[in-house]
Design a protein around this ligand. Sequence first.
Ligand code: NIG
Ligand code: FE
Length: 411
Amino acid sequence: MILKNIGLLAGIVPDGVLRKEGAAMGETGMLENAWLRIDDGRIAAFGKMEDGCHSTACPWNLSDDEVIDAEGGMVMPAFCDSHTHIVYAGSRAGEFLDKINGLSYEQIAARGGGILNSSDLIGKTSEDEIYRQSLERLREMQAKGTGAAEIKSGYGLNPEGELKLLRVIRRLRETSPVTVRPTFLGAHAVGRGYTHEAYVQEVVDMMPQAAQLADFVDVFCDEGFFTPEDTARILEAGKAHGLRPKIHANELAVSGGVQVGVRYGALSVDHLERTTDAEIEALRGSETMPTMLPGSSFFLGLPYGRAKEFIAAGLGVALASDYNPGSSPSGDMRFVMALGCIRMHLTPVQAFNAVTLNGAYAMGLSHELGSVTVGKRANLILTGPGWDLTRMAYHYQTPCIRRVILNGKIA
Ligand code: NIG
Ligand code: FE
């Protein structure tokens, strides 16, 4: 397949660059008036239209039906959403009303609602039905330009429920063109009927089976949920079974979670609505990607993460949707990018790097996805004519996506 007459090819990154940090977050390669060739689902070559016929990868040798005229549209990497909880049943619309009437996320959880509410629904819903509902959400994300997503368990909260959700995630991975990375989040809340201690032990005991189905282990390390000590225990058990940590930290309080995550070599530490300079220091020089979730700041009225300060300190930042029924009921990564600009004061290019290459890094996929690089899988968004990264964030609700291409095929 050839894409010709691309108005702007954005997100060109040299081979081997797996994440962007500090000043590099403000840069990405762009080519105006370009073409791009896809072979076997991968980006094979790209160049300027005017150079087309002189290049060895001359795009004009192919039959017409393999050529897509981009008509001046922008082509960019599909979004890489490194933090979602889309496998759940039903909704929490009742709690949405409680929230409107003034209850906080913590107050709803303390009444036995919140995550436990979703967990009750998992017990009552068949695996097929959970799959059906979750696939609908994944398709919605795909239509909005997401080409890769991490998906967590965490609404089962007992061995039967957690494994049920991990099987649903596996089925989504097998049936969707979106690249899916599964995470075991048994430690999302203490399951009903358990004491805190007994549940932490149960999560540790679930690890061998969960590790058959998941790539990552996650813990909600925050006030009212799990302590840094619980987190260390669970991450250790996860690592012993080959699961790389990716954790929730510092959403509700400065929890110590960032430091535990870095200590255990987490691929990412996520949320970070509340941080001090100690968290920045802990992350410096680490392989851990700080990941912020502006959709949950927006929905819950929490502070936004200090992404600008992290970047000024030389760190990278990823942004993800956190799509879930309680704190971020949207998987729209373009809105996440816009919130990055509007509320976190990132430049459009910084926000773009945060939702593409750095998101891919935070799922261990940036060698394959997240940029326009020869050899990477062709997961691309094609917009209508005249779009660029600034306009995407600025006119954040004007439909702009014309086609989503996943693994070289129109999805
Ligand atoms: O990332 N903070 C913890 N977990 C989710 C919310 C889950 C829920 O409320 O259902 C989050 O925001
Ligand atoms: Fe989350």
